[in-house]
Design a protein around this ligand. Structure first.
Ligand code: OXD
Ligand code: MN
Length: 591
């Protein structure tokens, strides 16, 4: 008979003690470890992970406090096809989610979880999403058999004792049960039970599937809590922009994966825009609430970055490179012989003697990537030189503008401002990104991804859009809503806009529109900048190229609105009538 430490030594919450005991009865771990978030615990867990071969220490000179993790090659990304919303009724999950009946999911995963932690350690990880003391903040507890998850949660959340203090005697916490099992993909399921504030995840150790604080809690479950409590949980970065006069305004921006969200959150201003500064509040998730002033306020619920490594360099994102200099965890990147890491798109050419993400000797003739295309870094946000002084502010930051963006080679101009909140919601609801040449045979096909939440909205997408519209009615000082596209191409296939740090020029236009009545003209599809209204001093761009980047082509837009309409049709009866109406009006305006 196994004896476990008494839960009362760690928590005053009867509900938490009971739930941990229930999970232990189901999974039968050899040991239970309650994580306190201390430095001593970090050392203990790291030593255990190194001894087990889960983590490989990197050079203390080159990457102090950093480790490399190699995952099972079959377990390298989020698995949307086995991710389920287990709401009581199928309609609750809507057309964009997979649904499984809650009883069926509990039974199916319960059978897999039975005795699954035998001869293993169960880590109990209490954590807070949001700044400590913030009215936005929420407690979660993840139970896992993975030391990699425990160490990652330490970076990504405010983990340990503060969470138990915040919870006190309450039963109000997210219950996340995770077990790696044997990583057989046939036994991989990520199930969400919004009605129970519960997540069960089995068969994967990958970040988005296994760090339950992130996509599972802070987006899928939190979007349901937000619907019920009157706020928003969004797949958005939050960034502060300080002008030369020292005034800082904040934007929240939603982009689908692989559209440069982390880069935009950490952008370095171009030399020509002297005196401008950028501050990162968050790079992936925003929780937004109506503030006492009637405006929208946002926090980043996370405490770290789980960023895509390939393509990150001193040129594309120096602040990210600085963030991974120490105390970072790398997953599935390549390893150099002197204990450093490497990935495609890093500044230096690949050194000799490289090992690829699976630990195999690699050279440029190997014919495969050295780092997995979805290899990641996990780094504390405190490492970011551009971290906002308000990243830990319990009040959050006031949002001046919401930005939606995708990867579009055609149609979408560099920037557009919506006519009003409802039109902005329409823009977000119908936003899309084009598939790239990598997705066989489907170049240029637009995948609609409403508010970049397609894989992350925990309930019916039509109701979600209705929730956005209702929230707008309660805002007396609503942020303005914009749409951007950094990826438009010329007929010859070249990008029309230089991107990266130069994107600050577009944000400057937005802020001018909001705060100084900046220039812009009305088009059938939104307000657009006059070419002279966009600050281009110090930028080498031919007037014709800029004209093309900003152009609104009626034929392209007729096609766009028809295709957006097909998507709205798929949502079915829960689609708010106001969005259907906007669609009709736009189609009519385009003739
Ligand atoms: C994502 C991520 O997949 O942030 O969007 O990891
Ligand atoms: Mn993301």
């Amino acid at each position: 008979m196994t004896s476990y430490p008494a839960a009362e030594a760690f928590t005053k919450s009867r509900a938490l003690a009971d739930w941990v005991a229930e999970c232990a009865r189901l999974t039968r771990p050899e040991r239970i470890v309650w994580c306190d978030g201390s430095e001593a615990e970090r050392r203990r867990l790291t030593d255990a992970a190194v001894a087990a071969g889960t983590l490989i220490p990197l050079s203390p000179e080159k990457r102090p406090g950093c480790h490399l993790h190699r995952s099972n090659p079959n377990d390298v990304a989020r698995t949307e096809e086995v991710t389920f919303i287990c709401s009581p009724a199928k309609a609750g999950a809507g057309v964009t989610n997979n649904w499984m009946a809650p009883d069926e999911a509990y039974a199916k995963l319960g059978a897999l979880l039975k005795d699954s932690m035998a001869r293993r350690t169960m880590y109990v990880i209490p954590y807070v999403m949001g700044p400590l003391g913030s009215p936005f903040a929420k407690v979660g507890v993840e139970i896992t058999d993975s030391v990699y998850v425990a160490l990652s949660m330490r970076i990504m959340t405010r983990m340990g004792r503060p969470a138990l203090e915040m919870l006190g005697e309450s039963a109000d916490f997210n219950r996340g049960l995770h077990c790696t099992l044997d990583l057989d993909p046939r036994k991989r399921f990520i199930c969400h039970f919004p009605q129970d504030n519960t997540i069960w995840s089995v068969g994967s150790g990958y970040g988005g599937n296994a760090l339950l604080s992130k996509k599972c809690f802070a987006l899928r479950i939190a979007s349901c809590l937000a619907r019920d409590e009157g706020w928003l949980a969004e797949h958005m970065l939050i960034v502060g922009i300080q002008n030369p006069a020292g005034e800082t305004r904040y934007l929240a921006a939603a982009f689908p994966s692989a559209c440069g969200k982390t880069n935009l959150a950490m952008l370095t201003p171009p030399p020509a825009l002297k005196g401008w500064k950028i501050f990162t509040v968050g790079d992936d998730i925003a929780w937004l609430r109506i503030g006492p002033d009637g405006g929208l306020w946002a926090i980043n619920p996370e405490a770290g970055y789980f960023g895509v490594a390939p393509g990150t360099s001193m040129k594309s994102n120096p602040n990210a490179m600085r963030s991974v200099e120490r105390d970072a965890l790398f997953t599935n990147v390549a390893a150099t012989p002197d204990g450093d890491v490497w990935w495609e798109g890093m500044d230096a050419p690949p050194p000799n003697g490289l090992r690829d993400w699976q630990g195999r000797p690699w050279n440029p003739q190997s014919g495969e990537k050295a780092a997995h295309p979805n290899s990641r870094f996990t780094a504390p946000m405190a490492n970011n030189p551009a971290l906002s002084p308000h990243a830990n502010d319990p009040r959050g930051v006031p949002i001046s503008a919401i930005v939606f963006g995708g990867r579009r080679a055609t149609t979408m101009p560099l920037v557009l401002e919506s006519f009003d909140w409802t039109h902005g919601v329409f823009m977000g609801a119908t936003m899309g990104s084009e598939t790239t040449a990598a997705a066989a045979g489907k170049v240029g096909v637009v995948r609609r991804d409403p508010m970049a939440m397609l894989p992350f909205c925990g309930y019916n997408i039509g109701e979600y859009l209705g929730h956005w519209l209702n929230l707008g009615k309660r805002l007396t000082k609503p942020p303005r809503i914009f749409m951007v596209n950094w990826f438009r191409k010329s007929a010859g296939g070249d990008f029309l806009w230089p991107g990266f740090g130069e994107n600050l020029r577009v944000r400057k236009w937005m802020l001018d529109r909001i705060h100084n009545d900046g220039d812009g003209h009305r088009t059938p599809v939104g307000f657009a900048p006059d070419p002279a209204g966009l600050e281009i001093a110090g930028l080498e761009i031919a007037p014709e190229q800029l004209r093309q980047a900003l152009a609104i082509d009626r034929d392209e837009w007729r096609h766009e609105i028809a295709s957006a309409g097909e998507f709205l049709d798929k949502i079915g009866p829960t689609l708010p009538a106001a969005l259907r109406e906007r669609h009709r009006a736009l189609a009519a305006a385009l003739g």
